[in-house]
Design a protein around this ligand. Structure first.
Ligand code: GLY
Ligand code: MN
Ligand code: MN
Length: 445
């Protein structure tokens, strides 16, 4: 079991946050402003909150870690283009929930041009937004929209004095999400780390697995490792599905016992500095694949390895998925789980009885990261700096027409892959996926 201390990668620098804000401003039409809110605290029950997690877009532009903040970008403003409203300094509240950075700290420590406490927000916002014709904000954020309308209405009331109020609310998300799709070197360093921690956690869980434990024991092993290495915890709810639970794509109960002869599917990833790892491995509870499990596993593995190799500049996720469908369908035919001819099984979607999700998604600050999958109606070509998952699977229903040895068997194999100028870099190689390597690691108990 790894008890070593990994070197933490450098956090994103203030210059990079500034460059991101500048790039966003450069994409705006004239006389525009941007308003991006931080996340708020969410009540868990009565007076306890869920652990705070910053809004990914707000984090991307500021790196500022507090709730209840608001970023305003005002291109061309002489006193400063980036303005941040933050929680008021309040010694009594700070005694309970920790020191707040405060307006002076926002400027000195986070490189924001100007900052004010929230107490000043209502009074200052109209003056700050005066003269801006378009306001870019997340249109699906109801509190942000309410605030924007309030500011607009207060400026409209002064229109007869020549005041210009924002007459258009536009979606900031689309612009930002294009930016977020391509990761910088500093982001990739954080993602490598999130992936390495995630891989170590999977190795730890594999090594700890034995008949008689329950799914939650493996969840505990994984999440221990995430936090041991400085992650904030899981980047999404950890899935430990043994036996037929592996066929439930979002199984998170993790309560069942690990039984001899069954496989267990773990889909889990660490969040590190808000970047997600996302790994799936499937392995035998007793450390040895049966012949039937091995046969199905080899089909998924071959499809997964080919799909990983296909992640290169210019390829599309649609092509990669289509390749996976073809490989899986061929394998299902060879095993007798499908009958008929390959093209017909694909065209009629018969493989969907065993494989109904897509093969890849973007990965970054969000586990299902942002960015369009299509451009002008066509699948988007991959370009260097994009990070994708590759995660084919086969999920065999527990139904009478299926040979008993395969009923309720679910297998998925998932890696995180960066598109590089010459091909790709697999971030999650630290955890084995070939059968012999998995069995060898599990023998080292
Ligand atoms: N863990 C979520 C996914 O693999 O998409
Ligand atoms: Mn995934
Ligand atoms: Mn996953």
């Amino acid at each position: 079991m790894s008890r070593d201390i990994l070197t933490r990668p450098a956090p994103i620098g203030l210059d990079e946050y500034r460059d991101r804000r500048r790039a966003l401003m450069a994409a705006l039409p004239p006389a525009s402003a941007v308003l991006v809110p931080a996340a708020g605290l969410v009540t868990r029950s009565r007076d306890s909150d869920h652990p705070f997690r910053q809004n990914s877009d707000f984090h991307y532009l500021t790196g500022f870690p507090e709730p209840e903040a608001l970023l305003l970008l005002l291109p061309g403003r002489e006193e400063g283009e980036a303005i941040l409203f933050c929680q008021d300094k309040d010694p009594t509240l700070e005694a309970w929930t920790g020191i707040r950075v405060g307006a002076a700290g926002v400027v000195s420590r986070f490189g924001i041009d100007q900052a004010f406490e929230n107490a000043e927000r209502e009074a200052r916002l109209p003056d700050l937004l005066e003269g801006r014709e378009a306001l870019f904000l997340p249109l699906d954020d109801a509190p942000a929209m309410a605030l924007a309308r309030q500011v607009r209405d207060s400026l409209m009331a002064r229109r007869r004095h020549g005041v210009v109020a924002p007459s258009r609310f536009c979606d900031v998300s689309e612009l930002m999400h294009e930016q977020r799709l391509i990761k910088s070197e500093a982001e990739l360093a954080l993602m490598r780390h999130a992936a390495e921690v995630s891989a170590r956690a999977h190795c730890r869980a594999m090594q700890a697995t034995q008949v008689g434990l329950s799914e939650y024991h493996l969840q505990a092993e994984l999440e221990h490792e995430f936090i041991w290495h400085g992650g904030s915890g899981p980047a999404y709810a950890t899935i430990v599905g043994s036996g037929a639970n592996a066929c439930v794509l979002h199984y998170i109960e993790n309560r069942d016992p690990l039984r001899d002869g069954e496989l267990v599917l773990i889909d889990a990833g660490a969040e590190f500095d808000l970047y997600a790892g996302d790994i799936t491995r499937t392995f035998p509870v007793n450390g040895r694949f049966s012949d039937a499990q091995r046969a199905l596993y080899e089909v998924v593995l071959a499809a997964q390895e080919r799909a990983v190799a296909a992640v290169t500049p210019g390829a599309t996720l649609t092509e990669i998925h289509d390749g996976v469908v073809r490989d899986l369908t061929r394998g299902l035919l060879e095993l007798g789980l499908l009958e008929g001819d390959l093209e017909t099984c694909i065209e009629e979607g018969r493989y969907r009885r065993f494989y109904l999700h897509s093969t890849s998604h973007w990965l970054g600050l969000d586990v299902h990261d942002v960015g369009d999958y299509r451009v002008a109606g066509a699948p988007r070509g991959l370009t260097p700096g994009m990070v994708v998952t590759v995660e084919p699977g086969l999920y065999v229903p527990d139904e009478d027409d299926i040979p008993a040895a395969w009923r309720g068997v679910g297998i998925r194999i998932e890696d995180d892959v960066v598109v590089t100028p010459t091909g790709n870099e697999v971030l999650t190689q630290g955890v084995p996926k070939r059968i012999e390597d998995i069995q060898a690691l599990m023998r080292k108990n």
